[in-house]
Ligand binder design. Structure first.
Ligand code: BGC
Length: 774
């Protein structure tokens, strides 16, 4: 835990220059707008430790899979979102000496990311090696209102005497990924063009032929007067730059506004990219930095209006949850159905920017409750569009019917190559089925289910129906050779979660089919013909679901994580020596696999998803058994446990686990934030608050709440969008109030009592009695 980020309700701020933490800060202070994103690299050259990262969503590279021991079924490539043209760069010299903070004496360094508007600022005073002293102020954002636009303002002020300052804004496409195989480069130049105050660079990937054009304009002012001198232009392969020299008086600021447009061949024909980038940057230039900033503020204000959470009495927790909401909004905006959410968003290279089950299991609820339902729908359509590839994937693994979605993907194809994950972590299919259920349950969007969701469900069910086998010994259907959500076990038989969710998927699919057959037989008839439905499939699914085998310890009345789990030596994680944690960094994999220690929620993940099917006593028994064995070494772990702890009335435990998730990156708990922030676990943080403390669920078309208040907090308030209506829930020590900001009435249920909340009205419930206060 670093603890150098100051506690503040709306700002993430770093005081003092921390070169040793530079890569952590570059992750934490990242900015994005769903279309593109940027690590908090410095604009000026920096020779210290740094991971350069400018990313465009969906611009990826199929790097070759290189493993010593090839297994049949491995994908040939590992797709990764790649570092693209560096558009923020500005070289600065003062009296001929280059500004490089790694070689300067730096004072009064302050870096601030304002969560209200996504603007990143930096101020500092630097003494260069030859003794010249300057002040630097920078400000930049990627526009939420104009996704292709990045804007920055960079200001240098000589402090000790007059100085000659050169500013060289540039575009540099000669960039690489740290995680590329053997240091390979991904980009080739297509075109470069310059004229004074305008430059364009188009590059393309040497695989897949993805083109990215970046255009820049800039304006320089000295002491608030526009500098009109002609720049010196320089260029080389994949690089364009323009240098302007300014004589600045002591104390007079030299300011450059650099505006950039980035467009890709994902959205435009390659031949039109240069012109499109030109037109966009010219329009941005006509608006100017200040106008763009005003638009940015308005766009973010709308996001906060729908999705803010206010915590009183705990600034650290307030900052944590706002940071999570901010990152989720800047990672995914739902504007493009081809995009999804990588575990690191735009903040680093780890996980290659691919889509994991994290999206369905963790992220979907956030977008469902804080944005119009069309946004969450996009996440589901993403999987619909990949259905054929998921079927191909199942074939590749030797399954003749149905679909197996990849564990990691950019374009629908599997791009991960660890056998125990690629081939075995098949529970990901269940998360997709569950997400379909959840989306339809929360939104009531029957049309989506009829047109897309059901077809996906059927193919998922077909997969399970073939992946099981009947065991004579166990007199039931078994699922062999899997990895459950707890990745600290591989190649186990009958992971309870996987078996349970497979059976649940079959049941749910059968229910949806029956419902469609009754409501719109002609639609079912068209679908069933298209997918070559055979009525005998339904019968087999019923048999499998009814006959599914579950590992259970009758005596303890426990669902076992997998066959033979109790053969392990059961030792609470609290007895692990702290210096051996995290286990994956200290123990051999073999030792981890033999141990009882659990990486993340597994049986408990099932009890969370299917929460309405299990009573509190069952949940308590399993929580009490499994949580003490859990080391929470996946960032996705604490949130699920926190939610269950809330339900069970384990307030302190819920709060402890909540804090562990809420400030994971701000405090670099796991010592890995330099690789990027844990964006998908931030959705878990949001769930821990809204689903956990708030007890929010949608049941039978009704918003249900069961709030509790952590003792350290004075109050908290969150908003949810339910079928177009915004509800604000405030939980105070003495009561809960729910206001309906919509005009129509909303059926709600608070502490198991039903109410109808009229449009514009407020309901207040007494926390002592759980009853309405009049
Ligand atoms: C977790 C997986 C998760 C992945 C990406 C792993 O550490 O065990 O459940 O999908 O990270 O977040």
């Amino acid at each position: 835990m670093k603890g150098y980020i100051k506690h503040d309700e709306w700002r993430i701020s770093e005081e003092g220059f921390h070169p040793d933490l530079q890569e952590v800060s570059e992750s934490v202070f990242s900015i994005g707008n769903g279309y593109m994103g940027q690590r908090a690299n410095f604009e000026e050259r920096y020779s210290g430790q740094s991971l350069q990262g400018s990313y465009f969503a969906g611009v990826y590279y199929p790097d070759k899979t290189r493993v010593g021991w090839w297994k049949n079924g491995y994908p040939a490539t590992f797709a990764k979102v790649i570092n693209s043209t560096n558009w923020i760069g500005i070289d600065v010299t003062v009296n001929g000496t280059a500004l490089d903070l790694a070689t300067c004496h730096v004072r009064e360094f302050r870096r601030v990311l304002d969560l209200r508007d996504g603007v990143l600022t930096r101020t500092l005073i630097a003494t260069l090696p030859d003794g010249i002293k300057i002040a630097v102020e920078t400000r930049r954002f990627v526009s939420m209102a104009r996704p292709q636009i990045g804007a920055l303002r960079y200001r240098v002020t000589p402090l000790a005497g007059d100085a000659t300052i050169t500013l060289t804004p540039y575009l540099d496409g000669d960039v690489s990924n740290r995680n590329s195989n053997h240091g390979e480069k991904f980009w080739d130049e297509v075109e470069r063009f310059q004229q004074p105050h305008y430059a364009l660079l188009t590059v393309k990937t040497n695989q897949l032929d993805v083109h990215v054009a970046t255009a820049m304009t800039y304006q320089i002012a000295s002491d608030h007067q526009l500098v009109d001198t002609a720049p010196t232009m320089a260029e080389r392969d994949k690089y364009v730059a323009q240098t302007v020299t300014v004589k600045a008086c002591k104390g007079a600021a030299v300011t450059i506004d650099k505006l950039v447009a980035g467009v890709t061949s994902r959205d435009h024909a390659p031949g039109t990219l240069a012109m499109t980038a030109h037109d966009l940057v010219c329009a941005a230039n006509a608006a100017g930095f200040d106008e763009l900033l005003a638009e940015q503020r308005a766009a973010w204000a709308a996001k906060w209006r729908d999705g803010d959470i206010v915590i009183e009495g705990d600034t650290a927790a307030q900052q944590g949850i706002r940071y999570a909401i901010f990152q989720l909004n800047q990672t995914y905006t739902g504007q493009d159905e081809r995009l999804n959410i990588g575990p690191k968003g735009f903040t680093g290279e780890k996980y290659g920017g691919g889509t994991y089950w994290d999206t369905e299991a963790y992220c979907l609820p956030f977008y469902l409750a804080t944005a119009p339902s069309a946004i969450a729908r996009q996440l589901l359509l993403y999987r619909y569009r990949h259905l054929q590839k998921a079927k191909d994937n199942a074939r590749q693994l030797g399954i003749s019917r149905g679909a197996l979605y990849p564990m990691v993907t950019m374009n629908g194809e599997e791009c991960h190559n660890e056998w125990e994950i690629t081939f075995e972590e098949i529970h990901r299919n269940a998360a997709i089925a569950y997400a379909i259920y959840k989306y339809v349950n929360d939104t009531g969007d029957q049309e989506y289910l009829d047109d897309y969701g059901l077809e996906v469900l059927i193919e998922l069910s077909r997969f399970w129906a073939e992946r099981v086998n009947y065991s004579e010994a166990k007199k039931g259907f078994v699922i062999l050779g899997v990895t459950g959500p707890n990745e600290y076990e591989n190649n186990v038989n009958n992971n309870w979660y996987t078996n349970r969710m497979a059976a649940w998927t079959l049941d749910y699919t059968l229910r949806v089919i029956a419902e469609l057959q009754a409501r719109a037989p002609e639609r079912w008839s068209a679908l069933s013909t298209r997918i070559l439905w055979d009525e005998r499939e339904a019968e087999r699914w019923r048999q499998i679901s009814a006959g599914m085998y579950y590992p259970i310890d009758e005596e303890r009345r426990l669902f076992l994580q997998q066959d033979g789990f109790l053969d392990k030596e059961i030792i609470p994680a609290s007895q692990l020596p702290p210096e051996e944690l995290p286990l994956h960094q200290h123990w051999s994999w073999d030792r981890i696999l033999r141990s009882c220690f659990i990486k993340q929620a597994d049986v408990l993940q099932g009890l969370f998803f299917l929460g309405d099917q299990y009573d509190l006593d069952t949940k308590r028994r399993h929580f009490d058994f499994y949580e003490p064995l859990t080391v929470h070494e996946s960032s996705l772990s604490p949130c699920v446990h926190s939610i269950l702890a809330c339900e069970l009335g384990y307030g302190d435990k819920a709060y402890e686990l909540y804090l562990r998730t809420a400030r994971l990156d701000l405090d670099d708990y796991n010592n890995d934030t330099k690789d990027g922030c844990h964006i998908t676990s931030m959705a878990g943080t949001w769930m821990a608050l809204v689903y956990g403390f708030g007890g929010y669920r949608v049941r039978s078309g009704r918003v249900c709440l069961n709030p509790s208040l952590p003792t350290r907090w004075q109050s908290y308030a969150f908003k949810v969008l339910f079928r177009g209506a915004r509800l604000c829930v405030t939980v105070r020590k003495n009561g809960v109030s729910i206001s309906n900001e919509a005009e129509r009435e909303i059926p709600i249920c608070v502490y198991d009592r039903n109410y109808t909340l009229a449009g514009g009205s407020v309901l207040t419930i007494d926390l002592e009695t759980g009853k309405e206060r009049t």
